[in-house]
Design a binder for this molecule. Structure first.
Ligand SMILES: Nc1ncnc2c1ncn2[C@@H]1O[C@H](COP(=O)(O)OP(=O)(O)OP(=O)(O)O)[C@@H](O)[C@H]1O
Length: 261
């Protein structure tokens, strides 16, 4: 774990010999094959890999939404998910969406309103609690989604391209916010992204996945002190190395496809 590890680290995730196949016979797809992954309590792991290599499948399994074909998955506490789309209920305000998560967690009615406002304050939406999703920008909606994650009081947070639809400036702001919230809350994060620089900006460790079947082919501990600037020399150098490895992996499959044809 990095020197800037959260004070009250919790969560953790362990995948052992996890494989996942979809379909049967000729149409069977082995999305993941014999994957081992350990995420320490409070650790922030970023996952990159070519399209279709099984990143989302890994998160879906880790969240317990699908069962693995083989292997075991153990999460050290409650798991919350965050996606590229905020998946807010459109008829509820920002506060209403967060209150719903609090209700599902069993927080008493009388406490929900104040707690929802407090959580929205933590993601800098204190002045927008009464806005509905259509009245908010994409970045604001993702901040509500982050507040909803906090409302779930999860120990493991799985993020699937959560910033993929945002412009570069908003994305930068979200990096700062996600880092701040994570350091404060101490949960483990598995963060899937196509943006290599983002992975290096945020993670204690980056993981590169290869395809067919999906598996971990490289990992790198990121020891650049926080807070990091994506454009700083050490971040750029680490991102360049990861990009090169990703390119080689993607090219290997393109070539395989070519010869299969
Ligand atoms: N429910 C499903 N039924 C059949 N095949 C599936 C299913 N879910 C995923 N797959 C297949 O498993 C493989 C891995 O898919 P997955 O979505 O996990 O990849 P990914 O790395 O997240 O891709 P991307 O980066 O494009 O989002 C792909 O070949 C995909 O078509």
């Amino acid at each position: 774990m990095s020197a800037a590890a959260p004070t009250a680290a919790r969560g953790g995730l362990r995948l052992r010999g996890v494989s996942k196949s979809f379909g049967r016979g000729d149409s069977q797809v082995t999305a993941l094959g014999d994957l081992d992954l350990d995420v320490a309590p409070g650790e922030f792991v970023a996952v990159v890999g070519g399209s279709g290599c099984g990143k989302s499948t890994m998160l879906t399994l880790a969240a317990g939404l699908e069962t693995p074909t083989t292997g075991s998955i153990d999460a050290g506490g409650k798991v919350a998910l965050m996606f590229q789309e905020s998946t807010l209920l459109p008829w509820l305000t920002a506060a209403g969406n967060v209150e719903l998560a609090l209700q599902l967690r069993g927080v008493p009615t009388a406490e929900r309103g104040a707690l929802a406002r407090q959580l929205l304050g933590r993601v800098r939406l204190g002045r927008h609690v009464d806005k509905r999703p259509h009245e908010m920008s994409g970045g604001m909606r993702q901040r509500v989604a982050l507040a909803r994650v906090l409302a779930q009081d999860a120990a493991v947070v799985l993020m699937d391209e959560p910033l993929g639809a945002l412009d570069a400036m908003t994305r930068d702001q979200m990096h700062d916010l996600i880092e701040e919230v994570w350091l404060d809350a101490g949960f483990s994060v598995v963060f899937v992204t196509h943006n290599v620089r983002e992975a290096v900006r945020l993670a204690d460790r980056t993981i590169l996945m290869g395809a067919r079947p999906g598996r971990i082919i490289h990992e790198q501990r990121i020891q650049v002190p926080r807070p990091r600037a994506m454009e700083s020399a050490p971040c750029v150098a680490l991102a360049a190395d990861l990009t090169q490895r990703l390119r080689e992996e993607v090219a290997r499959h393109d070539e395989a496809d070519y010869f299969e044809i």
